[in-house]
Design a protein around this ligand. Structure first.
Ligand code: NAD
Length: 448
């Protein structure tokens, strides 16, 4: 009943990938009864058995705890999940379409349609997936058209800002909670769901449906722009013989600029930023906001050029051709602390060099399995030393601390040539050059 829901809403989470699995476990941690739903039976089976299908620090502990408390369960049966809950979080994927820059909205549409058809009592549908502006309004119409008569429901938007690798903490302690398009009643329920973060000081920002959709997209667009900005400056540093690391430190002290997310290097990747800025380009073009289109095209182009730049540096280090050269690749994940290899710059570089005839061996502390699935033709090592065995050049492509802490002397004894391309500008140059290495950075010059 609405009264019971007002006391303590029961929660369903539709789509239990990186976002949904974390959200479901975190909501249980916040004290709610939660059921997670996914169309992928293998994923549901793993989660129900206490195993997280991907690497995310702290998530397995949370999952185990709340499977044990009984507050958390998983199913493939959407109707069953909807029947036993009051607030339905939509966390399904919105990947880039295969044939265009636009987001593929089939999953959100089918999730909302499925919820609508299954509604047997009042409930709120809360979109969390990242969607192009205008999607929520269409989903709201869909919900209204398909929900059974006599059931009171509404669709609101609550974009998610969690970072992979820090997802648990980000979900339990968000920087802010954004709610779009909520009626006063739905807003009350959301204040209850996020009661603990709000009590801890997280700002609760209520706004219109379209603004909430755009908040998420703009945040990602800004972060991507920041990275591409510093990578453009890195290119200038290279030709002007300046050091982009020192430069970023110096400008980063300006509070208006900020040092975070200002590291020049191989650029951004993953399941969010690249597809989100492309979806933004596409949607902005549809709506005629051409400045956004041009800006995002430039950001994307600069970002992708970094991958080519690292390929070129590897070619150069091998004397112009990598045919039959051995290349040790450190890193496959798109960033440390995750095993996510979606649109990973590291794997793009590895694959490009493999295509040019190099013998590429990749090692990643967590992403070996996911990488092998995506690029089965590359070879994979089980540790750093094996990856660099006999290498003509070593490429540091993901800045895992395991790589940054590695002993350059020990690595040096395994390689053919002590040359490393530090594509993340994170190696301790003094230590590496003292061990006889030539370190090649992006916008940080070459140290030997
Ligand atoms: P993901 O691919 O890991 O997970 C999506 C899940 O949804 C999959 O398990 C899939 O099987 C499931 N699914 C698809 N259709 C379904 C349906 N009709 N019913 C039930 N389950 C269904 O993707 P993700 O990384 O978790 O991202 C999900 C959304 O969250 C995307 O819009 C993404 O942009 C957004 N987001 C992701 C992150 C992140 O760090 N991964 C952060 C913020 C926002």
């Amino acid at each position: 009943t609405p009264e019971a829901a007002a006391l303590k809403p029961r929660i369903s989470v539709i789509g239990t990938g990186y976002l949904g699995a974390t959200h479901a476990a975190a909501m249980a941690e916040l004290g709610f009864d939660v059921v997670g739903v996914d169309t992928d039976p293998a994923k549901v089976e793993l989660l129900a058995g206490g195993r997280v299908p991907f690497f995310e620090p702290g998530l397995e502990e949370l999952l185990a705890r709340h499977l044990a408390t009984g507050r958390l369960s998983f199913t493939t049966d959407l109707a069953e999940a909807v029947a036993m809950s009051d607030v339905h979080f939509v966390c399904v994927g919105t990947p880039q379409q295969a044939t265009s820059h636009a987001a593929d909205l089939r999953f959100v549409e089918s999730a909302v349609a499925g919820i609508a058809r299954a509604l047997s009592h009042d409930g709120i549908v809360v979109g969390k997936s990242t969607v192009p502006v205008g999607t929520a309004a269409r989903l709201r119409e869909l919900l209204g058209a398909l929900a059974p008569e006599g059931v009171s429901t509404e669709l609101i938007w609550n974009p998610e800002f969690l970072r992979e690798g820090k997802a648990v903490d980000d979900t339990l302690h968000p920087d802010r909670v954004v709610i779009g398009g909520a009626s006063p009643a739905a807003e009350r329920v959301m204040r209850q769901v996020y009661g603990q973060p709000i009590a801890e000081g997280a700002p609760f920002l209520a706004m219109g449906l379209t603004t909430a959709e755009l908040v998420k997209v703009s945040a990602n667009a800004f972060l991507a722009t920041k990275i591409s900005f510093i990578n453009a400056i890195a290119e200038l540093c290279t030709v002007a013989d300046a050091d982009v690391n020192a430069l970023a430190d110096a400008i980063g002290f300006d509070g208006r600029i900020g040092r975070r997310f200002l590291d020049a290097g191989l650029g951004f990747g993953g399941g969010c930023l690249p597809k989100d800025i492309r979806a933004l380009m596409h949607r902005a073009a549809e709506l005629g906001a051409l400045e956004v289109v041009g800006l995002m095209e430039q950001v994307d182009e600069i970002n992708m050029a970094q991958r080519q730049r690292v390929v070129d540096l590897a070619l150069e280090a091998c004397g112009g051709s990598v045919l039959n050269a051995r290349i040790g690749v450190l890193g496959a994940a798109f960033k440390p602390l995750t095993d996510d290899v979606r649109d990973s710059p590291a794997l793009n570089v590895a694959a490009a060099l493999h295509l040019r005839g190099a013998q590429v061996t990749v090692f990643d502390p967590e992403a070996g399995e996911t990488a092998r699935r995506m690029f089965p033709t590359l070879s994979y090592a089980d540790d750093t030393l094996t990856a660099v065995d006999g290498a003509h050049v070593v490429l540091l492509l993901t800045e895992w601390s395991e790589f940054l802490d590695a002993d350059p002397e020990e690595l040096g004894r395994r390689v053919r040539a002590r040359t490393v391309v530090d594509a993340r500008n994170k190696l301790d140059r003094e230590r590496w050059t003292a061990a006889g290495w030539t370190v090649i950075g992006l916008g940080t010059g070459v140290t030997a």
